[in-house]
Structures are given as structure tokens and as C-alpha cells.
Design a protein around this ligand. Structure first.
Ligand SMILES: *[C@@H]1O[C@H](CO)[C@@H](O)[C@H](O)[C@H]1NC(C)=O
Ligand SMILES: *[C@@H]1O[C@H](CO)[C@@H](O)[C@H](O)[C@H]1NC(C)=O
Ligand SMILES: *[C@@H]1O[C@H](CO)[C@@H](O)[C@H](O)[C@H]1NC(C)=O
Ligand SMILES: *[C@@H]1O[C@H](CO)[C@@H](O)[C@H](O)[C@H]1NC(C)=O
Ligand SMILES: *[C@@H]1O[C@H](CO)[C@@H](O)[C@H](O)[C@H]1NC(C)=O
Ligand SMILES: *[C@@H]1O[C@H](CO)[C@@H](O)[C@H](O)[C@H]1NC(C)=O
Ligand SMILES: *[C@@H]1O[C@H](CO)[C@@H](O)[C@H](O)[C@H]1NC(C)=O
Ligand SMILES: *[C@@H]1O[C@H](CO)[C@@H](O)[C@H](O)[C@H]1NC(C)=O
Ligand SMILES: *[C@@H]1O[C@H](CO)[C@@H](O)[C@H](O)[C@H]1NC(C)=O
Length: 393
């Protein structure tokens, strides 16, 4: 099962990043839904969330063909960002590209090769596909080189997500021996105490099967917890080499997963409890979970867009404070709109991907009114309790 727990070691900042910190490029993520005060999801894991983010990598002007791989360990580690995009606020406001390696953890895992995360493996790729809907996407690459496995990982700056619904329009292509991961993550030095809700795609596995897991998936003696994981066929037996929308709902006491709007797994056992981050990665360590990649083989996790609605355990914990409408806008917009007066859906009624649809507008209703559409989750009108309840006033 996934050994991601041993992987998200502390990162160090990329050298030289500050040189370009004032660059402003096309925004890749927007905070559509500024007029909404909360966001509703559908399905059996439906819920209400305070924040919304849409990361859109479909039409980035700077898109290019993949950068050549770097075969030196030191240079792969120290690699610069592959384009200015990754040193712009549109990226650095939300994500930190990783360059850690597994040298510290190899002894305690079944890894058979040094794995180095390189910023050189994270790039905006120009699409050769025929679809007019996108000209680019985000690619995370892993490649087997003579001395090491070059891998890719990006971690969210936000470390205090506490419950979320995340959706990824993604595909995985390439050679066997690698694992694509999209997951929540709370580190701990004790592998039994990490918390994770995972989507994992193994390039060596059947091309229509995806693994969903609440980590840890093994007990302290290394025996698997079968109830922690589901190995599921994509609806319609669709290959993961095709674009599919993977949805991860991390809710209290339950994680649920959907593919293209259909539920594929639901696991209550060990559902993450505490504030966590989000990670995307494409990796291999030659161990039992990923398998080995053949020399010079490559595999890729490609993502057109990612949408996430979420709550946080406290205030925003990212690296910078930003204007709500600016590039990489921070969600301080709820000032003045306490409680959930304007309910928007991220599934129901949505016409434009990434743009929440208005479901109910309770603005101007009597202060004691419990809004239609709020159901059991009705938010107490803020005038009664004060906006501080919501933690963002
Ligand atoms: C949620 O809504 C979308 C859009 O209407 C639909 O495609 C999807 O199947 C729904 N999902 C669930 C789990 O009901
Ligand atoms: C998110 O926060 C709002 C406001 O506190 C709350 O009503 C809602 O139930 C929370 N959602 C989840 C999934 O906990
Ligand atoms: C590492 O990068 C430096 C600077 O570009 C270059 O001079 C050197 O040859 C590279 N090392 C290897 C082993 O490729
Ligand atoms: C691997 O990471 C360790 C720190 O964990 C560092 O000392 C070492 O230089 C790194 N190796 C390479 C090749 O970057
Ligand atoms: C797209 O086309 C370019 C130019 O022919 C090529 O270098 C690149 O590898 C292609 N990318 C993919 C994903 O096929
Ligand atoms: C998932 O199930 C398929 C079919 O039984 C199997 O071939 C594959 O190895 C399984 N994957 C994992 C990770 O257990
Ligand atoms: C990967 O290859 C190494 C040596 O090349 C071997 O020791 C190891 O058992 C292989 N691992 C798997 C999972 O096949
Ligand atoms: C969806 O699109 C239709 C047709 O363009 C439009 O009338 C409707 O208002 C849109 N709905 C939302 C929620 O934006
Ligand atoms: C909600 O209703 C208020 C008051 O009628 C109005 O000012 C506001 O524009 C509406 N919001 C949306 C998103 O429709």
C-alpha cells in the first residue's frame, strides 16, 4: 500500500525563488464564487464549506514541451522552476514544489532506489490533444535514471484544511513502476499516527483500477488493514490514461471517493481527523508498492484543473496574505457576509466548470430565518451569535 507517509519530508525552498518574486503571470487559480457565502456539495457525502478554490491549468500561455530530464542528483535537487509560472504568485501562493529525497527513510522502507523530487519534473505542458477545451495542463513527471529515480511532488501551503471536497480532472500515462498520488496528509514521525486520505494510481496495475485508502494501511507489524483501502474499477471501466474527474470527500468520520460523479468508495475506518494539507505527487522508489521502473522509462500525472471546497481549523495558513480578487486571491472575502446567506453549489446546477452556481440567496431574510436549502446543516444567523463563530471576522 502507499508509503507516502515516509515521503513528505521537510522541503527546502528553491534557490533563487526570490529573484522573481514580483513576477505576475496569467492567473491559474481563481476564487470564483466571491458572491457566495458557502458552498454545497452533492451525493451521500454532501456538506457545506466556507472556502472555494479553483486551480485552472488548462490555458496557461507559458506552456511548453517537457523540459529535458536532469540526470545529476545534485542538479536535479537544486533545479530551478521549469518556468516563471512556478515562481509567480499564481503558484507560490498555494503550492510549494518539493525537492526532498528519500535517503533518510530508505533504511526503514522497502525502497530499492534513491528517489529525488525535482522541481524540474513539475511543468506546464503544452497540449497536443485535439480538444479545444484546453491548451495546457500541469504535469508531474517521474523518470528512472541510472543513479536515481527522479520524481515530482507539490504540497499545499494550506496545512489546516479540516474537511474538504477536492476534485481533479486528471490522467496518468507512462510506464509501469510508478504511483500517482492525490491526497490529504498529516505527517507524524510515528508511521502509525500519520493521517491520510488517498487516491493512488499505480502505473503497473490494471489500467482501469484506482486505490482509495485512509492511511495508515498497515498495522505496526506491517500487516495490512484490509478495511483501510478499496481497490476499485473506474465507472464504465474507463482507463486512467483518459481524463477522469476524481473526487475526494474528506468529511467527519468518513472519506468518500467518486469518479466522474459516481461513488466508488467510502471508508470510515481511520478517516483523517486533524488539520491536514493536500499533496500531489508522481513517484517510485523501486519498492513493493510502486514496483520498479525500467531504466529511462517515464510516467506522468497530468491535471487540467483542481477544484476544492473546504473549511480550515483556524485562519488561513498559507505563505502570504493576498487581495481577494487578486492573483491567487485569498479568501478573506467573507467579511461582511457572515453565516451562509448565499448558498452556492459546486455540483448542482454548475454550467461552467469551476464556477459555483447560485442555489439560494437568503440575503435580507429575517435574522432568525433558517434558510431554505440549509437542511440540518443550517448555519445560525450571524446576527445572533456574532461573526466570530466563523473565525474569519
Ligand atoms: C453531483 O452533481 C453532478 C452534476 O449534476 C452530477 O453529475 C453527479 O453525478 C452528482 N454526484 C452525485 C454523487 O450525486
Ligand atoms: C464548514 O463550516 C461551516 C461553518 O462553520 C459549517 O456549518 C459546516 O458544517 C462545515 N463543514 C464541514 C464539512 O464540517
Ligand atoms: C550541474 O549543473 C551545472 C551548472 O549548470 C553544470 O555546470 C554541471 O555540469 C551539472 N552537473 C552535471 C553532473 O550534470
Ligand atoms: C538528500 O537529502 C539529504 C537530506 O535529507 C541531503 O543531505 C542530501 O544532500 C540529499 N541528496 C541529494 C542528492 O540531493
Ligand atoms: C507534443 O508535441 C511536441 C512536438 O512534436 C513533442 O515534443 C512533445 O513530446 C509532444 N507531447 C506529447 C505529450 O506527446
Ligand atoms: C487491484 O485489483 C486488481 C484486480 O484484482 C489487481 O490486479 C491489482 O493488483 C490490485 N491492486 C492493488 C494495489 O492491490
Ligand atoms: C527492484 O529492483 C531491485 C534491483 O534492481 C530489486 O532489488 C527489487 O527487488 C526490485 N523491486 C521490485 C518491487 O520489483
Ligand atoms: C446555465 O446556463 C444557462 C444557459 O446559458 C443559463 O440560463 C443559466 O442561468 C445558467 N445557470 C447558472 C447557475 O449559471
Ligand atoms: C442576493 O440578494 C441580495 C439582496 O437581494 C442581492 O443584493 C445580492 O446581489 C444577491 N446575491 C446574489 C449572488 O445573487
Amino acid at each position: 500500500m502507499g508509503t507516502t507517509s515516509t515521503m513528505a519530508l521537510p522541503s527546502s525552498l528553491l534557490a533563487g525563488i526570490l529573484l522573481f518574486s514580483n513576477l505576475r503571470l496569467t492567473s491559474a487559480q481563481t476564487d470564483n464564487g466571491n458572491e457566495c457565502s458557502c458552498f454545497r456539495t452533492n451525493g451521500s457525502s454532501a456538506g457545506y464549506f466556507t472556502y472555494h478554490r479553483f486551480h485552472d491549468w488548462r490555458n496557461i500561455a507559458i506552456a511548453a514541451n517537457p523540459p529535458a530530464a536532469i540526470s545529476s542528483e545534485i542538479n536535479a535537487t537544486a533545479a530551478f522552476a521549469t518556468s516563471n509560472f512556478f515562481i509567480s504568485d499564481a503558484w507560490t501562493g498555494d503550492w510549494t514544489t518539493q525537492n526532498w529525497n528519500n535517503s533518510d527513510s530508505r533504511g526503514s522502507s522497502d525502497a530499492t532506489i534513491l528517489m529525488i523530487n525535482s522541481p524540474n519534473n513539475v511543468y506546464i505542458e503544452k497540449s497536443n490533444d485535439t480538444s479545444p477545451d484546453y491548451t495546457s495542463y500541469l504535469t508531474l513527471r517521474t523518470k528512472r535514471l541510472p543513479d536515481f529515480q527522479s520524481a515530482a511532488e507539490v504540497d499545499s501551503n494550506q496545512k489546516n484544511f479540516q474537511y474538504l471536497s477536492a476534485r481533479f480532472l486528471a490522467r496518468v500515462i507512462g510506464s509501469p513502476g510508478a504511483c500517482a498520488g492525490m491526497f490529504t496528509y498529516l505527517p507524524n514521525n510515528n508511521a502509525q499516527l500519520i493521517q491520510e486520505a488517498d487516491i493512488e494510481i499505480l502505473t503497473g496495475g490494471p489500467r482501469d483500477m484506482v486505490q482509495y485508502t485512509n492511511q495508515p494501511s498497515n498495522d505496526k507489524n506491517g500487516n495490512p488493514y484490509p478495511q483501510a483501502t478499496v481497490n476499485s474499477t473506474n465507472p464504465g471501466i474507463r482507463d486512467w490514461t483518459l481524463w477522469n474527474t476524481y473526487r475526494l470527500d474528506w468529511m467527519p468520520k468518513m472519506t468518500s471517493w467518486y469518479v466522474n460523479g459516481l461513488k466508488v468508495a467510502q471508508i470510515g475506518f481511520q478517516a483523517p481527523r486533524d488539520p491536514s494539507s493536500l499533496i500531489l505527487n508522481m513517484w517510485s522508489d523501486g519498492g513493493g508498492w510502486t514496483g520498479n521502473m525500467s531504466l529511462y522509462d517515464e510516467a506522468y500525472l497530468q491535471i487540467q484543473w483542481m477544484e476544492v471546497v473546504y473549511n480550515t481549523s483556524g485562519t488561513y495558513a498559507g505563505t502570504s496574505k493576498r487581495d481577494e480578487h487578486g492573483v491567487g486571491g485569498l479568501l478573506e472575502k467573507r467579511k461582511g457576509t457572515p453565516g451562509c446567506k448565499v448558498v452556492c453549489g459546486v455540483d448542482e446546477k454548475v454550467n461552467v466548470t469551476g464556477t459555483p452556481a447560485l442555489l439560494y440567496n437568503n440575503t435580507g431574510m429575517a435574522s432568525t430565518w433558517r434558510g431554505e436549502g440549509m437542511g440540518e446543516l443550517a448555519w445560525i444567523p450571524a446576527v445572533l451569535v456574532g461573526g466570530a463563530l466563523f473565525g474569519y471576522l
